[in-house]
Design a protein around this ligand. Structure first.
Ligand code: PLP
Length: 436
């Protein structure tokens, strides 16, 4: 996607505003407004949840402030307007990820919900004892635990592609041996929430895997939770059957996710949640469902959040140049990694070269200091970072199950903020070393 010219190039938002203070960041992201405690908010936890865009908040509050109605139900003017708006956002999503039709877009409660939905509407109907499910060691628990649980229930086997401890990329060397007709599911994250890029330059290893698993007829599921806000996604080019993401990691509202389901899969999917909006006809002895996507959206959906998503996608389409955004985030990764490497006892996890060209997260641990202690000390300097296992426990066995500190970057982060983080980190590490 190519960004159009705008008054303040959004991909330099952080850099421009920090140097010459043209437009305060809080104009776009109100949560970044200076507070009594901190003159600048250094928010480095966007991989968990991003700050919400002002135009999203405005669209949602406009929606609540004026007459509306539920979707696909009311026949009065405001309900019909709401339905039209809701469905037009579905079309925007389809266009954003290059889906062939808006019928391939199902609204869910988040990435976790999307992934669970795939398991319930599709996988449990096709899995048989002895079948195989391939995942990677870098999966978020939303994938890792889900597929182990599905395997346990349906007598299938989970094969985990390991992360190579040297390259921090997925080791695909064992894949060919697994490729038989019994492999039914290939479920992988496009980008790790701990390591960042794990599939080599421009994800070539992922493309290889997808081609191979498709050749034995496996369904391809992509967790794009850590990709959707940072790189363009083209589901046709990717050749996936399902793709999942959360809207709150993009600068949108919580409580909303997207599940892309290729139309050729619809015939093999059965609704698993039942209620209003998903039925065509109901009698005691006869029930029929709406066509996809409506049969998978039982009950009143998160309408206001979908309206917010519409405003968010308007913003991305008008202002976000993904190539520039990637460069900005990767440059910040390189800046932080360079500084971390100069501090004795600090260990960066992940492929430093890939992170410096296409990363948005940097995770590290410090000998003798617990990640939670460090993160909490950094908080006193106005730096919000995440610490722990990041819902990816099987991955941390690569570095002795130690918790890591993770700084994640988005369009509002700048080199000046990273400088501040580095200075704060140096202070915190020496303070903790004095105490311990
Ligand atoms: N997958 C990945 C790679 C993630 O990073 C996350 C959240 O951090 C999820 C799935 C789950 O997202 P959510 O908690 O929004 O459902």
């Amino acid at each position: 996607m190519v960004g159009r010219a705008c008054k303040i190039p959004i991909h330099y938002l952080g850099m421009v505003t920090n140097k010459i203070l043209l437009t305060p960041l809080s104009h776009y992201f109100p949560a970044l407004a200076p507070s009594e405690k901190a003159s600048q908010q250094c928010y480095f936890d966007s991989a968990a949840t991003a700050c919400t865009l002002a135009s999203v908040i405005e669209a949602m509050s406009n929606f609540y402030e004026r007459a509306h109605g539920s979707v696909h139900r009311g026949v009065y003017e405001s309900a019909e307007r709401t339905t039209t708006q809701y469905e037009s956002v579905r079309g925007q999503v389809a266009q954003f990820i290059n889906a062939r039709s808006s019928a391939e877009i199902i609204f869910t409660a988040g990435a976790t919900d999307s992934l669970n939905t795939i398991a319930y509407v599709w996988a449990r109907h096709i899995l048989e004892p002895g079948d195989g499910i391939i995942i990677t060691q870098a999966e978020h628990h939303a994938h890792y635990v889900l597929w182990h649980e599905m395997a346990r229930r349906y007598g299938a086997h989970v094969y985990v592609l390991p992360i190579d401890p040297i390259t921090s990329c997925v080791d695909v060397s064992g894949l060919d041996h697994l490729l038989t007709k019994s492999i039914k599911v290939f479920a992988a994250t496009m980008s790790s929430n701990v390591l960042g890029p794990i599939w080599g330059a421009d994800n070539y290893l992922l493309r290889q895997c997808i081609t191979k698993v498709r050749s034995v007829g496996a369904g391809v599921i992509i967790d794009a939770a850590q990709t959707i806000a940072h790189a363009p996604i083209d589901v046709e080019r990717l050749e996936c059957d399902f793709l999942a993401f959360s809207v709150h990691k993009m600068g949108g509202p919580t409580g909303l996710g997207v599940l892309y389901a290729r139309s050729s899969m619809h015939a093999h999917m059965k609704p698993y949640r039942f209620g209003g909006g998903m039925v065509a006809a109901v009698a005691d002895d006869f029930m029929t469902w709406q066509a996809a996507p409506h049969c998978f959206e039982a009950g009143t959906p998160p309408i206001a959040q979908v309206v917010g998503l519409g405003a968010l996608l308007d913003f991305y389409t008008k202002y976000v140049d993904f190539a520039a955004l990637r460069q900005q985030e990767a440059t910040l990764c390189a800046q932080l990694i360079g500084a971390l490497e100069s501090i004795p006892g600090v260990h960066v996890v992940g492929n430093k070269e890939l992170l410096s060209s296409q990363g948005h997260v940097v995770s590290f641990y410090v000998d003798g200091i617990h990640a939670h202690d460090l993160a909490s000390s950094l908080g006193q300097y106005g730096c919000a970072v995440r610490a722990g296992d990041h819902c990816a426990q099987p991955l941390s066995s690569l570095w002795g199950n130690k918790a890591t500190v993770r700084a994640s970057f988005f369009m509002y982060n700048s080199p000046a903020q990273v400088e501040h983080l580095i200075a704060a980190l140096r202070n915190c590490i020496s303070r903790w070393r004095e105490i311990l």
